[in-house]
Design a protein around this ligand. Structure first.
Ligand code: FES
Length: 164
């Protein structure tokens, strides 16, 4: 994955992706998917660059990026914490888990990513593991039967690992 700080300057990878799709504006969605895989989100300057290279208005690229929930327009942290708040998880008290994690990460009401860009917290709705409710997913690893305490333990471990 590219360094989060170098997105504005680094268009080489974007060019490679565009070349792979023959700079075809009909392939805009897969192009944006590949770019998001590279950067973890769709930086604004990169979307403008894509529009220029594909000879289409930037509004079209931004329109597609904002239409699909799959696309992220803001930078995300290195570790993505998804807390399920689907019905089964909600009933089994997912909200206190989310609150405990937010508190642990010192996240203000309007923020989902820590200032050090280490964590982003997201709420998801049923990930198909209701039997394990309440569920928390970190970096695609599913942790079931969560409690606020267990969630904090997992995050502490990641923080420790990051210090090494
Ligand atoms: S409601 Fe959380 S996994 Fe189904």
């Amino acid at each position: 994955m590219a360094e989060l700080t170098s997105t504005a300057q680094n268009y080489e990878k974007v060019c490679a992706i565009l070349d792979k799709y023959g700079c075809d504006s009909n392939k805009l969605i897969p192009i944006l998917q590949k770019i998001q895989e590279e950067y973890n989100y769709l930086p604004e300057d990169v979307m403008t660059f894509v529009a220029t290279k594909l000879c289409i208005p930037p509004s079209k690229v931004f329109g597609v990026a904002t239409f699909f929930a799959h696309f992220a327009l803001e930078a995300k942290g290195k570790h993505i914490i998804k807390i399920c708040n689907g019905t089964a998880c909600h009933v089994k008290k997912s909200i206190p888990i989310r609150e405990a994690v937010r508190k642990k990460l010192n996240l203000a009401e309007d923020k989902n990513t820590t200032d050090d860009m280490l964590f982003t917290i997201e709420t998801v709705f049923c990930v198909g593991a209701c039997g394990l409710a309440p569920v928390m997913i970190i970096d695609d690893e599913v942790h079931g039967k969560m409690t606020p305490e267990k969630a904090i333990e997992i995050i502490d471990k990641i923080i420790e690992e990051e210090k090494k």
